[in-house]
Design a protein around this ligand. Structure first.
Ligand SMILES: *Cc1c(COP(=O)(O)O)cnc(C)c1O
Length: 376
């Protein structure tokens, strides 16, 4: 009897789109942010798996570049990051302390960002001391409300049980340089700091870094800018793009005037056109709102999305591309130098953040510039 042949680990034929992440670009962006806030510590926000690009390799690269403080959203993200980084760097968990989680935070050396008075009490009751405290200055999302801050300040015994590693707040309009809410939140944050024991302070995310030194305090917490996203709504993007997404043409057909394409028949040819079908769809994060609105590139030629984006396939109008270049196997730039995430977001009616975090998990992922270089 012969043993059955072992299942091959991976089929050498690849039919998936390729997401390429430049860790060198992320590290360069971290240094750009550090130079923009020279008196503060520059941390890195790697929640949501590093905005969809891969938290573990990105954090390892940034740690090697000198980053000593990381932020994630949840306990599970914190656990995974601690396993990837080992002991040493600080990891703050932005979403705070879920009921019954104090022991898990301690076991993985994670620091909760305490967002409510209830969390402050739970953490001090657990006997742990080191924590970050989030005070709300106008976002009305996470952080102690003004009334909760009053209560905390009136309970010196409770405050005395905390070792404040960080007092932080978050700007609602940090991506708009001239928005009056920024100054208002800055004033409220300073007032809150004056009522609390001396501790390192942090107000700025990516946008806040570019609002100037008043906003930097002791630590800045950029996320989107690390990944090359434009931190502001206006002006030139000072960051370097970190991600490119390339799909492949798997078929081409010619339509005559009046022929339609895709679900709902929302695209109708007005003259003879060539359409290319590509191996990517909304299950990969190519939002359906890009139907008849998006643009991809073959070489330097813009190819409009033709009809609805479907789950696994995307149809492009490639009439302007020489037929030999828009054939089966042609590479299509979905995200890249000609189609930055900001442009794609504007066409989809969303923000650059959602373009990145919406990226799917069935790409061939290529990490450049590190020991993590891999093809999954
Ligand atoms: C996500 C987040 C950040 C990072 O924000 P970016 O705009 O991506 O730089 C910083 N602080 C808090 C509280 C956050 O939720």
């Amino acid at each position: 009897m012969t043993a059955p042949a072992a299942e091959p680990l991976a089929d050498p034929v690849r039919d998936r789109p390729v997401l390429t992440v430049s860790l060198a670009a992320v590290a360069e962006n971290w240094r750009t942010l550090k130079d923009a806030a020279p008196r503060a510590e520059t941390a890195a926000v790697v929640k949501a798996d590093g905005y969809g690009l891969g938290a573990a390799p990105i954090a390892a690269k940034l740690r090697a570049a000198g980053c000593a403080t990381f932020f994630v959203a949840t306990l599970d993200e914190g656990r995974a990051l601690r396993a990837a980084l080992g002991h040493g760097p600080r990891i703050f968990v932005l979403n705070g302390l879920p009921p019954g989680a104090a022991a898990s935070f301690a076991a993985h050396a994670l620091t909760p960002v305490l967002n409510t008075l209830e969390e402050v009490r739970a953490w001090s009751d657990s006997g742990r001391r080191s924590a970050a405290l989030h005070v709300d200055t106008g976002m009305s999302r996470a952080g102690l409300s003004p009334a909760e801050l009053d209560t905390l300040v009136d309970e010196p015994a409770l405050l005395a049980k905390l070792d404040l590693a960080l007092v932080m707040s978050h700007l609602a309009c940090g991506d708009e340089a001239d928005h009056p809410q920024n100054r208002a939140q800055l004033g409220r944050f300073r007032a809150a700091l004056a009522r609390l024991p001396a501790a390192p302070a942090s107000l700025a995310a990516s946008g806040g870094v570019f609002l100037g030194p008043d906003y930097h305090f002791d630590l800045v917490r950029p996320g989107i800018a690390l990944y090359g996203g434009h931190p502001m709504l206006a002006g030139a993007n000072p960051m370097r793009a970190a991600a490119t997404l390339t799909a492949e043409v798997i078929g081409v057909r010619t339509l005559q005037r009046g022929d339609t394409a895709g679900y709902g028949a929302t695209y109708a040819a007005t003259h003879e056109v060539r359409l290319a079908v590509c191996n990517i769809g909304y299950a990969d994060g190519i939002m359906r709102s890009l139907s008849n609105r998006g643009v991809a590139y073959i070489g330097d030629v813009a190819c409009p999305y033709a009809g609805r984006v479907s789950m696994d396939l995307l149809t492009l109008d490639v009439t302007a591309v020489p037929p030999a270049l828009a054939a089966r196997g042609a590479q299509v730039e979905i995200i890249g130098p000609r189609m930055p995430i900001e442009e794609m977001a504007a066409r989809a009616g969303t923000a650059n953040y959602e373009i990145l975090t919406g990226l799917g998990n069935r790409f061939t992922r290529v990490m450049l510039d590190s020991q993590w270089t891999r093809v999954v």
